[in-house]
Write a protein that binds this ligand. Structure first.
Ligand code: ADP
Ligand code: MG
Length: 582
């Protein structure tokens, strides 16, 4: 029960924001229309129930005129009902897509804001496969929430209306047993209630195992798919290492889990179907059995019998709504659990950036240098890896950071770039200064080359002539003719070419502080030197901080910071440079 209430509360919490958002009026109007149409449908059922009585009596009385008018009445009713149902579905779908659009925009905003997606990934796999959460779960959530809550509303209203009808019918035709009349007020209502209560309880007992199984199924499927995508993305490495058998085995193992869980699902589903099928077949006949003593005693007419049976069926099917939609409800709960997990991961990602101790990156007015105070960079789990006591990097300086591999150079750069909150201390950046972090492997979105170089500026934001000029400058004249070509550039270009393209990107959107994390390490020494000369020439006044291993890089940097092994971490220390002999 507690569980049930907390699920309802969660669904409420997940749904409410949309109906309070900027799209609230269309949302509320559509929802009201859908509910109104649904309730009109129930009203038509009530009218139809009374019609049963009249219609079957015309049959029993062989009254032709009454029969014809009953048929005409039925036609009109059905025509109205058809329109109601069609528009109910149509408006429901309309509401669904609006709601989903809003949710998707909203979650994307939280996920893709201020490096939250990156921190979430660093913090662990609490939200496995955000792609599935956003693409699939939101759709399912909206769909199930609407269909199930409207279904429940329909059941409640149907139940209330038909219980009243059954009650009056019971009063009109008291129960006849063994030749005498037994007075149980509302006996038809009680019979329907007991019948449905038994069904619901048994369904729950048999079906509740389906919830975790469904949850597991979706997770396993997503895992399987995600790993297939990884193989596709890394096909070169896998081919080069001859890793196909290992990959295949990995995929087959994961798929084996999918199949194993599916079998467990099948078993449960079979048990449940046995029960629900026999139950719903029995429901056809059950009301006739209940009313038969009264009918055969002559206390009611055929119309009364049929009306009772129909009302009984309505009550019973409303009560067993839970049974018929058990599977959907189970899936719905699984979707809700996954979405809340995702929400929690979003919140944890945000909290990681805000809850002290964190590495603060603060812009400050009137400041001319990037200064570092008592910086301690830690891993997400808390292990200290790099310490920097006090350091000021002034405008126009060129600084080389060196240290053994794994010392934490890249992580230090992430901290300076403001995307690594784990640790403590403060980085002060001049106000409005633009800090750009260029990693060893730059990222280019799939699309035209012009858009790839312009990222993260919008495609078309930069003039093609300027892009062409930058491409020539970084030594990629061959690409100038392909600016409009669409491709997966990360996959197509060599790492050296990607790094040149990365530098072109820097030239086009010049930063004030450029952090180069082995950004030219895949190029030959001559090309690297040429690019450094280009950067120094074009980015006058910008501070360039590089990580690099080549001794030749020293010539382009006036200062050097080395990460030296301290007790259990690396401490950054300024290295005094001895001017090279002329
Ligand atoms: P460098 O660039 O100096 O070679 P990195 O900064 O990339 O080193 O990494 C420093 C250390 O931190 C390495 O031991 C690495 O394994 C560890 N590390 C980096 N990122 C993470 C992470 N997200 N989770 C756990 N450990 C990490
Ligand atoms: Mg590194």
């Amino acid at each position: 029960m507690q569980n049930f209430l907390s699920t309802i509360a969660t669904i409420w919490r997940l749904s409410l924001p949309y109906f309070r958002s900027e799209d609230r009026w269309p949302a509320r109007i559509l929802l009201a229309a859908v509910v109104a149409l649904e309730l009109s449908g129930v009203a038509i059922h009530v009218i139809l129930n009374q019609w049963y009585n009249r219609f079957y009596n015309t049959l029993q009385d062989r009254d032709w005129n009454a029969f014809v008018s009953a048929i005409l009445f039925f036609c009109v009713l059905v025509a109205i009902y058809t329109v109601l149902v069609v528009y109910q579905v149509y408006l429901n779908q309309w509401l669904q897509i609006r709601w989903r659009r809003w949710m998707t925009q909203n979650y994307l905003r939280h996920w893709l804001s201020a490096a939250n997606h990156y921190r979430m990934q660093l913090l662990g796999d609490a939200a496995d496969n955000p792609d599935q959460r956003i693409a699939e779960d939101m759709q399912l959530f909206v769909q199930f929430t609407l269909s199930i809550s409207i279904g429940i509303l329909n059941s409640i209203v149907t139940l209330c209306s038909f219980i009243v009808i059954l009650w009056t019918l019971s009063a009109r035709a008291p129960l006849h047993l063994f030749g005498s009349s037994v007075n149980i007020p509302g006996y038809l209502v009680w019979a329907a209630l007991i019948y449905a209560a038994i069904g619901t309880t048994l369904t729950h007992l048999i079906g509740r195992k389906l919830i975790p199984l469904n949850f597991q199924q979706q997770r396993l499927e997503a895992d399987f798919r995600f790993n297939l995508v990884r193989t596709r993305e890394n096909s070169e490495q896998i081919a080069a290492l001859g890793g196909e058998p290992a990959e295949r085995e990995g995929h087959l193992n994961r798929f084996g889990l999918v199949v194993g869980n599916w079998f467990a699902l099948m078993q449960r589903q079979k048990l449940l179907s046995f029960f629900t099928q026999s139950y719903s077949q029995a429901s056809v006949i059950f009301p006739y059995i209940v009313v038969s003593p009264t009918y055969f005693s002559g206390a009611v007419q055929l119309g009364g019998l049929m009306q009772t049976a129909s009302a009984f069926n309505s009550v019973q099917s409303a009560l067993s709504y839970f049974i018929t939609s058990y599977r959907s409800i189970a899936e719905w709960r699984a979707v809700v659990q996954r979405l809340t997990g995702f929400q929690e991961a979003l919140a944890a990602g945000r909290a990681a950036a805000l809850t002290p101790p964190v590495i603060e990156v603060v812009p400050r007015e009137g400041e001319a240098a990037l200064t570092i105070d008592h910086l301690k960079v830690r891993l997400p789990k808390g292990k200290l890896i790099v310490g920097v006591e006090n350091l000021a990097l002034r405008a126009g300086e060129h600084v080389l950071v060196t240290g053994p591999s794994g010392a934490g150079k890249s992580t230090l750069f992430r901290a300076l770039g403001g995307i690594w909150p784990f640790g403590s201390g403060r980085v002060t950046v001049p106000k409005d200064a633009k800090v750009m972090l260029l990693p060893q492997r730059p990222y280019f979105p799939v699309g035209t080359l012009a858009a790839a170089v312009s990222f993260p500026a919008k495609a078309g934001a930069l003039d093609n002539a300027r892009i062409a000029e930058a491409l020539v400058a970084v030594g990629l004249p061959d690409l100038v003719g392909r600016l409009g070509e669409e491709a997966h550039w990360n996959r197509m270009l060599s790492l050296g070419e990607q790094q040149r393209l990365g530098i072109a990107h820097v030239l086009l959107q010049p930063p004030d502080y450029l952090l180069l994390d082995e950004a030219t390490a895949s190029l030959d020494e001559a090309a690297e030197a040429a690019l450094y000369r280009l950067l120094q020439e074009r980015l006058k006044g910008a501070t360039i901080i590089s990580i690099g291993h080549r001794s030749t890089l020293g010539a382009f940097h006036g200062r050097r910071i080395a990460l030296m092994a301290a007790d259990e971490f690396h401490q950054a220390r300024e290295v005094t440079l001895v001017p090279a002999a002329e």
